[in-house]
Design a protein around this ligand. Structure first.
Ligand SMILES: [Zn+2]
Length: 235
């Protein structure tokens, strides 16, 4: 029997990263009785303000915290924490400090599975790439011993069907994802660049989300086809 009451940690750089790539998966975990948890390392204070008035970094950080809270509720995330590091400057943060803070989060919540950015950071954003390497290092070196699997969230249109890439069907959860995307109101230009104008129709390239199994209990890139992120977990 597959146990779905697991803790799945999403480690991301900015408020909205979780919604862009993982809404279907997060909501599915919550609906199946699991615990999706989120750690966001920055406050997103260097971002744009969309159709809203210009604002300073503190004002934007406060707004984005509020937007993230809304998305967290919509997606059913059970715990969301922010490290409050400088947006756009993760490569200037003390790497040991960043590693320790993320490892602490994973240990404290006894995460079974971790999801983060792939090596290219999806969008190529420097913060995303820095975070990829830190999270990979923590998990693969055993600094968070409860973690059994590490997945990378791939950008949907580029994801292949090769073994190790899990497709999460999301059409029936588009309304949830749309609401979570709308919650990040200040990021409307990025949202529309990726998804187009939001409406009731699922955008053509966004019927699924894709997750590459990068590591499982000591094995890098196990080449297997999975039906669920919970496949082969040890109780
Ligand atoms: Zn981001």
């Amino acid at each position: 029997m597959t146990l779905t009451n697991r803790t799945v940690a999403f480690i991301y750089a900015h408020p909205d990263d979780e919604t862009f790539g993982c809404s279907y998966l997060i909501r599915q975990i919550a609906d199946e009785g699991g615990r999706p948890i989120l750690l966001t390392t920055t406050r997103g204070d260097a971002g744009k303000t969309g159709h809203l008035d210009p604002m300073n970094e503190d004002e934007l950080a406060t707004l984005r915290e509020f937007e993230l809270e809304k998305a967290v509720g919509i997606l059913g995330i059970s715990t969301a924490e922010q490290l409050g590091m400088k947006d756009g400057k993760l490569d200037e943060v003390d790497a040991d400090l960043l590693r320790e803070k993320i490892a602490d989060f994973l240990r404290e919540h006894q995460a079974d599975i971790v999801v983060t950015f792939p090596e290219d950071g999806i969008s190529g954003h420097r913060d995303h790439i820095v975070l990829h390497h830190v999270v990979k290092d923590i998990v693969t070196s055993g600094q968070a011993p409860s973690v059994q699997k590490l997945y990378y969230n791939l950008f949907a249109p580029l994801a292949s069907e090769r073994p190790g890439v899990l497709r999460i069907e999301g059409r029936h959860r588009w309304e949830i994802k749309r609401q979570a995307l709308e919650a990040h109101e200040s990021q409307v230009f990025s949202v529309e660049r990726v998804f187009g104008k939001l409406g009731p129709e699922v955008p053509p390239d966004h019927h699924h989300e894709f997750f590459e199994l990068a590591w499982e209990r000591g094995n890098s890139y196990p080449q297997k086809t999975e039906r669920s992120i919970y496949d082969d977990l040890i109780v």
